[in-house]
Design a protein around this ligand. Structure first.
Ligand code: ASP
Length: 466
């Protein structure tokens, strides 16, 4: 280790110890002879004082350091006089008298100040994200994200769930968005789709007998520009066999209870209230009503009994409200027979937190004939259903157990837990609202050789030759 302590660690307890700190120059203040440097790392800031009486060499060298230089400082911890204590810093009771200084690297003058109080445009922050992540707001958000995932892993493990990875190069899944496609070089003219969710794989894992599956997983949806969506985002995905709605609610509620306790220190009451979709629409004209009683409050509510189908006027056909793998309420089976599809309620549920849908799921269909019937209603011919989902229908012929599950949005949850407006601030390297990665300038054009290898030709919208 180049350092003995972090920049957020030293207190009165360390008085008179010789320490070595490494970090970035957050500020330099020249007060004639003494020169003060605030040195920063992920953990905090420590004030270092350079004085020729302590070390002439270090004092001379520190004159050369600029903002964001990377330095290594050795010195002695001294307790600051009472009136010079800085209550805003965890290390504010002490300072380090530098006996040695090494410049580990220089820095260009940063394009913006690494201080979260300084307003910076989002484009600039995203272009220089590595500087932005040095700022406290981003560090806190990434730390909370890590804590959240650590709690999830621990909780799911103790509850007997198995994390199983599912493919990223796969086949189209119907979550209602457009797919991102990847050309398959080894199968000319064919494409993989990036998964909109692991829905079909997790259902097949149920057929495999993995009765409690979960995964913290990236999902990809090529959606039109809408406020605060990311083309790639993270879900906590889960599925269980031999269960019903209440079992999914139970597992979820206890998990959220732990998350809120450990991250916010708040006890949230369980079970969460439940409201039917109809009641939510009638009372609040929204399927994700904000049911908070006060400002700072957190309210978690299940919205249940969504309609199974909605009518797509434009295309003049029925489509599924959640996804076509959702089963329907027993008492509404008669409407399937009578063709009154608007009356059919699904065994699906959304979890709503302060007016945001942060998760959804359902009890699934596990019988082939029912699955085929639903495909039929939403307009997939037998042949098409076979082509797109034949593999699932086949799996259902080999002993598919009753199963149910859900998926929760990790990015949105972090944003709500940390009080951030945008999910972009919960992701280290997000895309802009226009779907670009400013730091790498992706997506970018590829050269002709790569296109040729893939057997592709690039056309621009409006090319007549197409
Ligand atoms: N796959 C669904 C989604 O991503 C969630 C679920 O039904 O488990 O919305």
């Amino acid at each position: 280790m180049l350092r003995t302590h972090t920049c957020g660690e030293l207190t009165k307890e360390h008085a008179d110890q010789t320490v070595t700190l490494c970090g970035w120059v957050a500020a330099r203040r020249d007060h004639g002879k003494p020169i003060f440097v605030d040195i920063r790392d992920r953990y905090g800031i420590t004030q270092v004082v350079f004085h020729p009486a302590i070390s002439k060499e270090a004092h001379e060298l520190v004159g050369k350091v600029g903002p964001e230089f990377v330095i290594k400082v050795t010195g002695t911890v001294t307790v600051r006089p009472e009136k010079l204590v800085n209550p805003d810093l965890s290390t504010g009771e002490v300072e380090v008298g530098a006996t040695g200084l090494e410049i580990l690297n220089s820095s260009l003058v940063p394009v913006f100040e690494v201080d979260e109080h300084v307003e910076v445009s989002e484009d600039l922050r995203l272009t220089y994200r590595y500087l932005d992540i040095r700022r406290r707001k981003m560090l806190d958000s990434l730390t909370t994200r890590h804590k959240l995932c650590a709690i999830i892993h621990d909780y799911m493990d103790k509850a007997g769930f198995l994390e199983v990875e599912t493919p990223v190069l796969t086949k189209s899944t119907p979550e209602g968005a457009r797919d991102f496609l990847v050309p398959a070089r080894l199968n000319e003219g064919k494409f993989f789709a990036l998964p909109q969710s692991p829905q079909l794989f997790k259902q097949m894992l149920m057929v495999s007998g993995i009765d409690k599956y979960y995964q913290i997983v990236k999902c990809f949806r090529d959606e039109d520009l809408r406020a605060d969506r990311q083309p790639e985002f993270t879900q906590l995905d889960m599925e269980m066999s031999f269960v019903e709605e209440n079992d999914v609610f139970n597992v979820t509620e206890r998990l959220f209870q732990r998350i809120f306790k450990e991250i916010k220190g708040i006890d949230i009451p369980v079970p969460f209230p439940r409201m039917t979709h109809r009641e939510a629409m009638e009372k609040y004209n929204s399927d994700k009503p904000d049911l908070r009683k006060e400002g700072e409050d957190f309210n978690l509510t299940w919205i249940v009994d969504f309609p199974m189908f909605k009518y797509n006027q434009e295309e003049q056909r029925w489509e599924s409200e959640h996804h076509p793998f959702t089963s329907i309420k027993e008492e509404d089976l008669k409407y399937l027979e009578s063709g009154e599809y608007d009356k059919v309620r699904a065994r699906s549920y959304d979890l709503v937190l302060n007016g945001n849908e942060i998760g959804s799921g359902s009890v699934r269909i596990h019988k082939k004939d029912m699955q085929k019937k639903i495909f039929d209603i939403i307009g997939f011919s037998d042949q098409e259903a076979q082509k797109r989902f034949g593999f699932l229908l086949r799996a259902f012929e080999y002993g598919a157990p009753p199963h149910a599950g859900a998926a929760y949005g990790v990015d949105r949850l972090v944003a709500i837990l940390t009080g951030l407006d945008s999910i972009r601030d919960t992701i280290a390297f997000p895309k802009t609202q226009k779907g670009n990665c400013l730091i790498t300038d992706a997506p970018s054009e590829i050269d002709n050789k790569q296109l040729l290898d893939l057997g592709l030709m690039a056309l621009k919208k409006g090319d007549d030759d197409a």
